[in-house]
Structure formats: structure tokens, C-alpha cells
Design a protein around this ligand. Structure first.
Ligand SMILES: CC(C)(COP(=O)(O)OP(=O)(O)OC[C@H]1O[C@@H](n2cnc3c(N)ncnc32)[C@H](O)[C@@H]1OP(=O)(O)O)[C@@H](O)C(=O)NCCC(=O)NCCS
Length: 146
């Protein structure tokens, strides 16, 4: 089946964010502050016409990495039936290519502890200790210079 990664709008990410990242919570919980900013970019993985994975990039600095321009990954999710087939990795690679085109060389994010191994396979490193994001669960700060 044909597949493609396309830039999509914030609202188009909601069905996948909702099913995977905000299950059982109100749909409004799928909105992230800054989603509609012109500097924020959302990408979707389509299998034929079905959206099965999403990733978002927010222009954001993190004081842990000084004043360096950077993008933060948020809202990374692949529908359950399609996980472990390389789709998440393809989305992260697409996000990295986008950052390189923007001449931004640092990507960071707060990774769910359960997903740390996924990011480590792509060369991301943990900084500091595990911490709790209220209502979501335990996370680690991760980053990579690209
Ligand atoms: C984490 C997630 C995005 C990974 O996407 P995916 O499409 O399932 O992952 P891929 O198939 O591209 O995996 C790439 C590699 O990472 C491994 N991997 C995938 N998920 C993993 C995990 N949770 N822990 C450890 N390794 C993992 C895969 O086995 C694969 O390894 P291989 O190349 O040796 O075969 C997806 O499982 C998901 O949406 N999970 C629930 C939501 C979530 O945790 N999102 C991230 C929030 S920070």
C-alpha cells in the first residue's frame, strides 16, 4: 500500500493524539499551547488515505541546553495496530530532515519513560533524572545534536 509523510494542520493530529496520548480524556486535551503558531510544524504518516502516525515540532529553547536555537518534539504517536513497523522512526527522521533544512541542529523533548528505548535507538540521549508530568506520567529529558 502507498504511504507518505505530509505536513498537516494541528487539528488533523487530534484523532491520533487522542487515541494514543490522551485516551479517555476530553478532545480539548489534544490541543497543545503553540499548536497554531506559524513556527510550529505537524507531520502525518498516511497509509493510503488513513492517518496512522503524527509528530509535531515546536520552536522552543530549553535552558538545559543554553541559548541554542532548537526544536522540541511533541505529540509523537502511532496508532496501536501500526506500532513496531518502523513508522515512528520514519516520522522522527522526517522531523530531523525538516530541522536540518531550517539549520537548527538541536532537537529535545520530554520522553515518556516507556518510549526512551525507542529514541535511544535513534541516537537520542537522556539528561538528568526521571520526572513526573502531572496527569501523563514519568518522563526523561532527551536530546540529540543533528
Ligand atoms: C513510541 C512510538 C512512537 C514508537 O513508534 P513505532 O512506530 O512503534 O516504532 P518503530 O517501529 O519505528 O520502532 C523503531 C525501533 O524502536 C524500537 N521500539 C519501538 N518502540 C519502542 C519502545 N517503546 N521501547 C523500546 N524500543 C522501541 C522498535 O523495536 C524498533 O527497533 P528495531 O529497529 O531494532 O526493529 C509508538 O510506539 C507510540 O506511539 N507509543 C505510544 C505513545 C508514546 O509513547 N509516544 C511517545 C511519547 S514521548
Amino acid at each position: 500500500m502507498t504511504h507518505s509523510i505530509q505536513e498537516i494542520t494541528a487539528i488533523n493530529t487530534y484523532p491520533v493524539r487522542h487515541a494514543i496520548l490522551r485516551a479517555g480524556k476530553p478532545i480539548e486535551s489534544c490541543h497543545f499551547e503553540g499548536d497554531e503558531l506559524p513556527t510550529t510544524h505537524h507531520f502525518g504518516y498516511y497509509l493510503a488515505t488513513e492517518l496512522i502516525g503524527v509528530i509535531s515540532l515546536f520552536e522552543a529553547k530549553n535552558t538545559a541546553f543554553g541559548e541554542q536555537e532548537s526544536f522540541q518534539i511533541r505529540g509523537m504517536a502511532v496508532l496501536t495496530n501500526h506500532q513496531r513497523k518502523g513508522i515512528g522512526e520514519a516520522l522522527v527522521r522526517a522531523a530531523e530532515s525538516f530541522c536540518k533544512k531550517q539549520e537548527t541542529t538541536l532537537i529535545w523533548f520530554n520522553a515518556r519513560t516507556s518510549a526512551v528505548g525507542f529514541y535511544e535507538k535513534m541516537g537520542y540521549e537522556i539528561s538528568g533524572a526521571e520526572f513526573e508530568i502531572q496527569g501523563v506520567g514519568p518522563h526523561f529529558l532527551m536530546h540529540k545534536k543533528i
